[in-house]
Design a protein around this ligand. Structure first.
Ligand code: SAM
Length: 258
């Protein structure tokens, strides 16, 4: 390699490293604004997860977002800056239904090592990929299961067991209510990550709310930095025992929503 190319390569490397240092500080600031402190080790693990997701996405369709900055803001930051709305405490049991490539479960598990996470998805290939990520990242607080919410919600070791059940980009709200409320214990919360268009989903959910005997949802709105869009968190607290018939058998909640 001649002198010119060696110098250019060195220059490129320095600007990439400078960019990463700058981004680390910006990300820390966004997290601070959400009341979260991130350690260097946690930032490194999030970076490692972004790399693993990008690599696996070449063979498996885990996300349509590929631009690195968008992945950081629309996936990683979005998974985390919502925490002040639903509060995660040490010792909690949290399920992520329809985790896909591990969102929001993996970023949350990196940030909250003393919270137990169960990540489920109906696609075996996705769960196998997420299991690989968990192993590579050395996360001891995550279990992964390939199953449908309709099935696992009737299993005694999962029904009525969770403090929080999270869903992100999985189904319309009225379907999510049927899938997730049976999994949370009394006074636990179902949390749906939604886009800005939540009003019609809310109005279509009245019947599901009545049938599942849940409380009216609370809505929190927030914006992603750098103009990357508005988002909504919908929170439903369980205050009554869920009738045994819910969720109905596999596929029915989607095919014939309440
Ligand atoms: N939550 C991830 C995210 O935010 O990127 C993945 C979203 S992806 C669009 C929806 C995922 O939900 C898919 O991986 C799909 O297999 C899963 N899914 C849909 N219905 C499900 C169900 N009833 N039980 C479990 N997983 C389900």
């Amino acid at each position: 390699m001649n002198y010119y190319y060696k110098q250019k390569l060195f220059g490129d490397l320095v600007s990439v490293l400078k960019g990463m240092v700058g981004f680390h500080q910006t990300f820390e600031k966004w997290m601070e604004e959400a009341g979260l402190n991130i350690t260097d080790t946690q930032f490194k693990k999030l970076t490692q997860y972004v790399d693993l997701l990008k690599k696996k996405n070449e063979e498996l369709n885990l996300t349509s977002i590929t631009d690195p900055k968008e992945v950081w803001i629309k996936h990683i930051l979005d998974s985390l800056i919502t925490v002040p709305f639903f509060k995660i405490k040490p010792g909690m049991k949290v399920m992520d239904v329809g985790t896909g490539g591990g969102l929001p479960g993996i970023p949350l598990a990196i940030m909250f090592p003393s919270v137990q996470f169960v990540l489920i998805d109906s696609t075996q290939k996705k769960i196998t990929a997420v299991e690989e990520f968990v192993k590579e990242l050395g996360l001891k607080n995550v279990a992964c299961i390939a199953t449908r919410a309709e099935t696992i919600a009737h299993h005694p070791s999962h029904r009525d067991q969770y403090d929080l059940v999270l869903t992100r980009a999985v189904a319309p709200l009225r379907v999510l209510i049927e899938l997730t409320v049976p999994l949370i214990h009394l006074y636990g919360n179902a949390i749906a990550y939604k886009g800005p268009e939540y009003i019609s989903e809310l109005s279509q959910s009245q019947n599901a709310i009545i049938k599942l005997k849940s409380e009216p949802p609370r809505v929190y709105q927030y914006s992603l930095p750098e103009g990357m869009g508005n988002r909504t968190i919908i929170q439903i607290t369980k205050k009554h025992v869920t009738p045994d018939v819910y969720p109905r058998r596999e596929g029915i909640p989607n095919k014939r929503p309440l």
